[in-house]
Design a protein around this ligand. Structure first.
Ligand code: GLN
Length: 286
């Protein structure tokens, strides 16, 4: 007996029912993203052609994608893409999946960066290149240096820059400030470093078990890498330069203390759209 063919609408409804078994999934949206990925069509195609029959081959491949998702694999790793700051980025298991809340770091960096003056900006631990590419695309006169300790991540980020035709980003390999060209003084250093405490149960939830743990966990209090970045940054910043780091929603005070102890002034913590502490900044004196 051959399996009955289903229409786009039927396949989506059935997929959403299956995906709803996973507590962390958004069934309707994820079913649509996976089917669009498979058919290589935009979302509007699904709405325009609900009665179109899928081929048996398409149904079988859709089934395979759903099985991966139901086993917990993040949607972004299945499709190999994630949108950030309206940029379509390639992501891979070598990179963290860019989060919408990280757009706050981009917004704040853009507030500080003048439109027409060529600033020097670094994004430490760039992963897929999300922060560096978003800032570089909005400030074409600036030069952005994006670093990562993972060569595989840098390959993904470099491909993203090329595919998006963003030419004012250069990629460098290495740990935090060690990857920066010596002697170069930057206006801004940005980072979304790992900041989850090792052993935090959060690491076992949602997409996190599939993501590189080196991009997520940072010592027993989650602040080990922020301490390193903050202590290395002043040597690489121009007078008046700023360090902006993303962190967890209960780490604002601790991060401001770290920055102040190192000599940063005008420290402040900014809140994301969910009213949670999301990043802290500090400035070097002029
Ligand atoms: N915001 C991420 C999460 O907890 C963590 C990212 C990070 O450590 N930089 O889901």
């Amino acid at each position: 007996m051959t399996a009955p063919q289903s229409t786009i609408a039927q396949a989506l409804a059935q997929a959403a029912r299956r995906l709803s078994l996973r507590p962390d999934s958004e069934p309707g949206i994820e079913a649509a993203i996976l089917l669009c990925h498979l058919l290589d069509k935009p979302r509007t195609h699904l709405m325009a052609w609900p009665d179109k029959l899928l081929t048996l081959q398409e149904q079988k491949r859709f089934e395979q994608l759903l099985t991966r998702r139901i086993a917990g694999e993040p949607v972004a790793y299945i499709t190999g893409h994630r949108e950030f700051w309206s940029l379509d980025l390639e992501v891979s298991p070598a990179t963290l999946i860019p989060r919408p809340e990280t757009e706050l770091l981009v917004e704040r960096a853009l507030e500080l960066t003048p439109q027409d003056t060529p600033w020097l900006i670094a994004d430490l631990g760039t992963g897929s290149g999300a922060i560096a590419l978003a800032v570089a695309s909005e400030r074409p006169h600036s030069r952005v240096i994006a670093t990562d300790r993972s060569k595989e991540a840098l390959e993904v980020a470099t491909r993203n820059a090329r595919n998006l035709h963003i030419n004012n980003v250069e990629f460098r390999h290495g740990a935090w400030c060690n990857a920066l060209p010596p002697g170069l003084l930057l206006n801004l250093i940005l980072s979304n470093p790992p900041y989850v405490a090792e052993g935090d149960t959060h690491l076992g939830r949602g997409d996190l078990p599939w993501e590189p743990s080196a991009a997520l966990a940072s010592g027993s209090d989650g602040l080990m890498d922020i301490r390193i970045i903050a202590s290395e940054a002043p040597k690489h910043l121009a007078p008046g330069g700023a360090l902006l780091v993303e962190h967890g929603f209960e780490q604002g005070e601790a991060v401001r203390n770290i920055l102040e102890n190192i000599g940063f002034s005008k420290t402040e913590t900014l809140f994301d759209l969910e009213h949670r502490e999301r990043l802290s900044e500090g400035f070097l004196k002029h």
